[in-house]
Design a protein around this ligand. Structure first.
Ligand code: ADP
Ligand code: MG
Length: 263
């Protein structure tokens, strides 16, 4: 089972879009995928058109339900643990707990029957983010093609390094995913080449700007359902191929993968 967090300290950079459509593409390839929404905005369920949410991540964190009890089937091979606004309150409780960085690791231990777990994360330096980093082995970071986003990505790497120090280990930053790429704008090419200069072959081909990608969540559909012939569908299908073909992380040493950390 691969555990992936889609992370970034900025909103609106394509985290949720990547989580939903990468997950959907992998599910279409027959992989069993679980999406875990750890953002208070609860956008993953909206994007998938899941409106009947009885139990959510909040119930797991408040110890009112097990994680497995909160799993909702969203599509064939694609399950979801939704979030809701109560996550703010649940987070306040987490702060008071012992071993508070490892709460996801403890509470998600019953989620076993998946090939992929993909966590959508809040754009904040919060305990939820730290728990996500402690829980997963792989971190993917979308970066939108703006100069400020590039600066944000560099700051975020520094933040991830500080989390790794705090935890005594850390998930590997495996992919930097350029998003909102617009070939007509010079800034897109500039930010992309700076990213490649900084992060080398971790940088994937860009996800292009595509109106279909912005419309699909409003209809509760993945890009493959809403506009299967769109650029967005092609780009996320290609991203799923890249993810599926990544070599396995080096076998764990002392229980943690020994790939390069957040640097
Ligand atoms: N490549 C893209 N082209 C056009 N719109 C996009 C693209 N990626 C995401 N969007 C839209 O931009 C907004 C922000 O994306 P989202 O994935 O919600 O960002 P985040 O989760 O990082 O806040 C959403 O309305 C989404 O539909
Ligand atoms: Mg989001």
């Amino acid at each position: 089972m691969r555990k992936i967090a889609i992370l970034g300290l900025k909103g609106g950079i394509g985290k949720t879009t990547t989580c939903v459509n990468l997950g959907a593409a992998l599910a279409q390839r027959g992989q069993r995928v679980l999406l875990i929404d750890t953002d208070t905005q609860a956008n993953v369920s909206l994007a998938l058109g899941v409106t009947q949410v009885k139990k959510s991540l909040v119930d797991v964190l408040m110890r009112k339900a097990t994680a497995a009890e909160c799993v909702l089937p969203a599509r064939p091979n694609l399950d979801l643990i939704p979030s809701d606004l109560g996550l703010f309150k649940a987070q306040q409780r987490m702060v008071l707990e012992v071993a508070r960085e490892e709460i996801f690791t403890e509470l998600f231990s019953d989620l076993v029957n998946y090939d992929y777990q993909i966590l959508d994360c809040a754009p904040s330096a919060s305990l939820l983010t730290i728990n996500a980093v402690a829980y997963v082995e792989e971190v993917y970071i979308p970066v939108s093609m703006e100069m400020l986003a590039l600066a944000g990505a560099r700051q975020f790497m520094a933040y991830l390094r500080s989390i790794s120090r705090l935890l005594g280990r850390g998930a590997a930053i495996r992919l930097i995913i350029p998003t909102f790429f617009d070939a007509r704008r010079r800034v897109s090419a500039e930010v992309l080449s700076s990213l490649k200069a900084d992060f080398g072959d971790k940088v994937t081909f860009p996800i292009r700007i595509d109106t279909s990608l912005s419309e699909a969540p409003g209809k509760g559909k993945t890009i493959f359902e809403y506009a299967p012939r769109s650029r967005g569908a092609a780009d996320y299908a290609q991203l799923a191929d890249i993810v599926a073909q990544l070599p396995p992380l080096t076998p764990p040493v002392n229980g943690t993968p020994s790939n390069p950390r957040a640097d």
